[in-house]
Design a protein around this ligand. Structure first.
Ligand SMILES: Cc1ncc(COP(=O)(O)O)c(C=O)c1O
Length: 384
């Protein structure tokens, strides 16, 4: 079947595989991104549901069975099962701030967040014409006392905090912040894009002191299954504390069978839900818990190893991201040197350094190559 419908399939496949063979592989190279090699079962699930549109469950009612399992799990971990699948935290954060503005934004245009907040929140504020006031936190989790002061001064309609900040993996104190939000009738969104499927398990084991949970005062939580949990992207989840917030994010689409669509996207992959479902059913909580604890231990070991290389200093990780810098060399020089060795890290501009995000595809060889390369930089700068 060389030619199907006038297409030269064999040639197309050759071209496809040629490009594929040149494509970066997580397990060989990627140390700085929050993506990982997706779980093969989840990829299969994604693929066989690729014809479905998650925007209209009445057209594909069997998807509701999978939704129930996924939302039940969310209920068990976070304390609310009211929500839906999104294209990831960029969409979830935009939805959350839209809902916040609709319900709490009649007399304020201000959103407050620590300056460690992800760029997507800045972007959401631009879309929604809000003013984002960033609280300087000096690369530390947010101090609730400081937040209370800012709330008094700026009267925001929403506060956004992060569970697993993008550069350092810090956890803002959600429980304390929720009390402040509740007292002041402010919408509180928790961006747990990266940490949402790590922190609750570390908390359970006593490895971190703060949890991601619908404490009284938390309005919504964003979690990404396409990050640490290994579902194929896009696979985000937004959860709300009540039906009013959930409903405010849904819009009339009277021509569809469901009659409404929630969130920013219209047509969206049913494969996203199937991939998340496969992670939830196939791996389950025990697997995710073990993986989170494993990543926590790998992060601590890596932090100690980098600190033992002369010329480098690493920041002690609160969770599973290790940021480091060279005492004299600019981060771009290190980034480029490592890239030449096939090791792809991301920048951590707030410390003038780089970050390593411990992900399920990490292996001893990958970490060993990183440490060897740092030692080689150290030798050449010490001898220079
Ligand atoms: C804390 C946080 N929020 C939001 C995002 C955006 O996630 P996505 O790119 O999946 O939309 C990221 C991405 O790294 C993140 O770290």
């Amino acid at each position: 079947m060389n030619s199907v419908g006038g297409r030269d399939v064999a040639r197309l496949l050759r071209e496809l595989h040629e490009i594929y063979s040149k494509t970066t592989r997580h397990e060989d190279s990627i140390l700085g991104s929050m993506t990982t090699k997706p779980d093969p079962l989840a990829v299969y699930a994604f693929t066989i549901f690729s014809h479905t549109n998650l925007a209209d469950l009445e057209l594909f009612p069997s998807l509701k069975e999978m939704y129930k399992d996924v939302l039940d799990l969310a209920g068990r971990i976070y304390g609310s099962n009211l929500g839906y699948v999104t294209a990831g935290a960029t969409e979830s954060n935009l939805i959350a701030l839209y809902v916040a503005r609709e319900i709490h934004g009649s007399s304020s245009k201000t959103v407050l967040a620590p300056d460690t907040v992800h760029y997507s929140v800045e972007k959401a504020c631009r879309f929604l014409a809000c003013r984002l006031v960033k609280i300087p936190v000096g690369n530390k989790p947010l101090d609730p006392g400081l937040l209370a002061k800012y709330v008094r001064e700026y009267s925001p309609f929403a506060v956004v905090v992060t569970a697993g900040t993008t550069e350092l993996g810090l956890v803002d104190p959600i429980k304390e912040v929720a009390e402040i939000a509740s007292t002041n009738n402010v919408y509180l969104h928790v961006d747990a894009a990266y940490g949402g499927l790590i922190i609750p398990f570390l908390y359970e084991r006593g490895l971190v002191k703060k949890n991601v949970y619908f404490y009284k005062g938390v309005s919504s939580i964003a979690v990404d299954f396409h990050k640490f949990a290994g579902a194929p992207p896009p696979a985000g989840l937004i959860l709300f504390s009540n039906e009013e917030y959930l409903n405010a994010s849904c819009f009339e689409y009277s021509y569809t069978l469901s009659g409404k669509i929630c969130g920013v996207l219209g047509t969206r992959p049913g494969g996203s839900l199937a991939g998340i479902w496969a992670v939830v059913k196939g791996m389950g909580l025990d697997y995710l818990r073990d993986k989170a604890v494993w990543a926590f231990n790998v992060a601590r070991e890596l932090f100690l190893s980098i600190n033992s290389v002369e010329g480098f200093e690493a920041i002690e990780p609160e969770t599973t991201i290790v940021a480091f810098r060279h005492k004299r060399l600019p981060s771009n020089v290190i980034l480029d040197y490592l890239a030449e060795k096939g090791l792809l890290l991301y920048k951590a501009p707030s410390i003038g350094g780089l970050r390593v995000v411990i992900m399920p595809h990490f292996n001893k060889a990958l970490i060993g190559r990183l440490l060897d390369s740092l030692r080689s930089i150290s030798r050449s700068t010490t001898n220079a």
